[in-house]
Ligand binder design. Structure first.
Ligand code: SD4
Length: 336
């Protein structure tokens, strides 16, 4: 029996999927290969990397309580932001080359309303500030000191986000100070999350401390609507992880959504955009350390992903199969 069939059978024997919200039991033992699975049942929540499992679970429980997609995304992403062991998001995130933890985040809903913060320092939950930008301001994006002042005005508390472990890692890096932003070397990274609820309505979010050892002031793709995250409630949503510069250059997530609008499946759409990024970068100075990965979901709840290089995975939770890790296809390995 194939791994996937065995998994589905095991899940069916348990209580997973008996009703829309009966469970999102975590099935982490086996990392499945992503296939287009037409039998998944909405709601579907999909998040980048291993830390997506815990985030999915929290988002699922929030939806189950009858709360909005925005609340589910915010609650889910806050789990990674608060976890000091996740060294690429929020508290405990690796700092820039000056030892400062600077954060980027955005959130978008089914009405195409969105909120975003970039280059935000000292606030543990940038995703919550991004949501406040969406709900309380006439704008989409606040940055730096302005974003911090807005957060403080909304009752957020300023705190030190540099943990002793991240400070130590920075000091080690300082010894050589080799300037190369580090992305996706470890198997936990920026968290992007997409959600399609039982009515087919989409919400998405993304939060990160960005590339480790980046220049002070650098902003990646993650808070940029259309680059790190995009959705159109008529079609579907997409989100990115990897070298933000490459994703910005190609308007990555917006392009994935446009391909789904033209009839491509989420898997196909992610693959086409990764191929495009490869073609634009194959002779570029970024190529040796380039990694990008996309996740996508359409209104029907079909989901997919694809990455340039091996190593990318995502967590997906649906009402039929529970919460599990999946490994999408990729174009090449790091040795190629
Ligand atoms: C950035 N895209 O700041 C983010 C980093 C990331 O997986 O996604 N890493 O460029």
């Amino acid at each position: 029996m194939s791994g996937r069939r065995k998994f589905i059978k095991t899940a069916a024997l348990g209580s997973v999927g008996l009703s829309t919200f009966s469970a999102c039991a975590t099935q982490a033992a086996e990392v499945l290969k992503t296939t287009a699975d037409k039998t998944i049942k909405k709601p579907v929540i999909i998040s980048t990397w291993n830390h997506g499992l815990a985030a999915n679970q929290a988002a699922w429980d929030t939806l189950k309580n009858g709360e909005s997609g925005l609340s589910a995304i915010e609650t889910g992403l806050k789990i990674s932001e608060a976890d000091p062991k996740v060294r690429s998001v929020g508290y405990g995130g690796l700092p820039d080359r000056e030892g400062k933890v600077t954060l980027d985040a955005c959130i978008m809903d089914k009405n195409s309303d969105c909120g975003s913060v970039s280059f935000l320092q000292g606030i543990k939950h940038p995703i919550s500030v991004a949501r406040k930008v969406l709900e309380k301001t006439p704008h989409v994006m606040l940055t730096g000191k302005g974003a911090l002042n807005f957060a403080l005005s909304q009752g957020f508390k300023e705190e030190n986000l540099l943990t002793p472990e991240s400070e130590k890692a920075w000091k080690n890096w300082l010894e050589k100070s080799k300037y190369q932003p580090v992305i996706n070397i470890e198997n936990h990274d920026t968290i992007s999350m997409l959600l399609v609820d039982s009515d087919g309505n989409l919400t998405g979010g993304c939060t990160t401390s960005g590339a480790a050892w980046k220049m002070h002031g650098r902003v990646g793709d993650s808070p940029i609507i259309g680059a790190g995250l995009f959705l159109d409630n008529e079609v579907g949503g997409a989100a990115a992880t990897g070298l933000g510069e490459a994703v910005i250059r190609t308007a990555g997530s917006a392009m994935v959504v446009e391909l789904m609008r033209q009839g491509k499946s989420p898997n196909e759409a992610c693959k086409i955009i990764v191929e495009r990024i490869y073609n634009k970068h194959k002779n570029h100075k970024d190529m040796p350390h380039l990694q990008v990965g996309f996740i996508a979901v359409n209104k029907q709840g079909e989901y997919g992903g694809y990455s340039l290089r091996s190593g990318f995975n995502f967590a997906v939770c649906d009402a039929k199969n529970g919460n599990r890790m999946e490994k999408p296809d990729f174009k090449m390995t790091w040795k190629d």
